[in-house]
Design a protein around this ligand. Structure first.
Ligand SMILES: O=C[C@H](O)[C@H](O)COP(=O)(O)O
Length: 168
């Protein structure tokens, strides 16, 4: 489906430790009017894909422009974020509170949000996911220069403004 207005194209994924929340969240997301599409990349219990594989696949869908954001679940949310951050151009966070979820988009322009099924209850995960959908990064915000600094470092451009002071 073609996105309308401010609708988002999403990918959801989990390892076996996050499967229950992934299924519940995917169902919520599909019913949310702020969502255009939800691609579910698994994995199910039989596949037992380790979290890095799922995170890399989700990150590559974003980097390739097929989707806008990813919601990933593992036991803690930590491994998913670490692995997704290894994909060029991806900013992934683990966040389990409203403020962090908000800032992850408005300040960090993170495209990936990772939850830990073993860390928060399902009701909170659902609420945070719904809040997450309402935020959009503003390219004109003062945060944009910091995102550009992250990209420059990633691309090994090392702009002088972001080079740490030399020890005297
Ligand atoms: O950060 C990692 C996740 O919590 C994952 O679900 C558990 O990791 P494991 O597969 O190494 O046990």
């Amino acid at each position: 489906m073609r996105p309308q207005g401010n609708q988002l194209r999403l990918v959801v994924g989990s390892d076996a430790a996050g499967r229950e929340y992934r299924n519940a969240l995917a169902s919520d997301l599909r019913a949310n009017p702020l969502v255009a599409t939800v691609v579910d990349i698994g994995s199910d219990d039989r596949a037992r894909r380790p979290y890095p594989e799922v995170a890399f696949a989700a990150g590559q869908l974003i980097a390739g422009g097929q989707v806008d954001r990813a919601l990933l679940v593992c036991h803690t949310g930590l491994g998913m974020a670490i692995a997704a951050n290894k994909v060029q151009g991806i900013r992934a966070v683990t966040a389990h509170d409203s403020l962090s979820v908000r800032v992850s988009v408005l300040s960090n322009n993170a495209q990936v949000l990772a939850f830990g099924q073993g860390i928060i209850g399902l009701a909170l995960a659902r609420r945070l996911a719904a809040e997450w959908l309402t935020y959009r990064f503003e390219a004109t915000s003062s945060a944009a220069v910091k995102i550009e600094a992250i990209h420059a470092f990633e691309d090994q451009r090392f702009p002088a403004a972001t080079t740490p002071d030399q020890p005297r």
